[in-house]
Design a protein around this ligand. Structure first.
Ligand code: ADP
Length: 271
């Protein structure tokens, strides 16, 4: 579905954000890109929809190389979910979800907001499937909570039934319980449709709970690539550059059910 081949990115100011990353994401996988701030997660995700052009290497979506002349074909095949939701706050939930259909509409229809009946039906279905009530459809997004806004963001991302969804830190602005609910919802929507998801996160516990596969980045390089079950404190050290001992010592003296190395690692991160 998605193939990064030796991609590197050096920004104009000389920052090396990624250095030669290769990664193949198969159809239907929920792949989490894990790393601390500045590790290169956004840069990698933004390469997948052509927002960042690698200074080296290539990216393919469904076998099509991302380039200026292929973007119009590729973009409607990719749904985007953003950290800050990127919704139009003054518009209604329905209008925001319908906006997900804009990439395939003729410009004149888009400008006049002439959505087809089918698109309207689809938007209603999606709003229900992300757990919002019918009365939310005509409510302004600004009146919704953060968690509800991200549900609207997820509904919008699935409007064109894209085979690939990119979610860039989709729960970074949400509290832990809402983060959990929103990721459950995203995973369910993706599983029901066989959608491939590339999702960046910085929370290890969420990555381990929701990912089929974790690809961890540090300083623009892959330091772990495998299933959550293979994740251990040494991997944590590789990602966050912390001392093994400090992580272990935080695990000691905790209640047994919270004393896992993973939990200790997450605690360490939260400090
Ligand atoms: P993450 O998403 O993991 O926080 P990013 O991909 O946003 O990481 O950033 C990786 C590195 O690239 C960081 O050092 C960041 O400051 C830098 N960076 C990101 N965008 C730009 C940009 N437009 N210009 C210069 N440096 C950038």
């Amino acid at each position: 579905m998605l193939n990064f081949e030796s991609v590197a990115m050096r920004y104009a100011d000389g920052t090396q954000a990624l250095g030669g990353v290769s990664l193949q994401v198969p159809v239907g996988q929920f792949c989490v890109v894990l790393g601390s701030s500045g590790a290169g997660k956004s840069t990698l995700l933004r390469m997948a929809n052509g927002l960042v052009k690698p200074t080296q290497g290539t990216v393919q979506v469904e076998g099509v190389r991302i380039a200026a002349d292929s973007l119009a074909h590729i973009r409607p095949r990719i749904g985007m979910i953003h950290q800050q939701f990127n919704l139009v706050l003054r518009s209604t939930v329905a209008e925001n979800v319908l906006a997900g259909a804009l990439p395939t509409m003729p410009t004149w229809r888009a400008l006049l907001g002439l959505f087809t009946d089918e698109a309207r039906r689809k938007a209603c279905e999606l709003v229900a499937s992300v757990g919002l009530q019918e009365q939310h459809l005509l409510r302004r997004v600004s009146e919704l909570s953060g968690g509800q806004q991200q549900r609207v963001g997820i509904a919008r991302a699935f409007m064109l039934e894209p085979p690939l969804v990119l979610a860039d830190e989709p729960v970074a602005s949400l509290d832990p319980q809402t983060s959990h609910d929103v990721l459950s919802l995203l995973r369910r929507q993706a599983r029901e449709r066989g959608t491939t998801v590339l999702c960046s996160l910085h929370q290890i516990e969420l990555a381990c709970e929701f990912a089929d596969r974790i690809v961890a980045l540090r300083h623009g390089a892959v330091v772990f690539d495998g299933p959550p079950a293979a994740f251990d404190p040494r991997v944590f050290d590789a990602i966050y550059g912390r001392g093994d001992e400090s992580v272990r010592s935080r695990g000691q003296g905790m209640r047994p059910e919270t004393a896992s190395p993973l939990h200790a690692a997450a605690l360490e991160l939260a400090q």
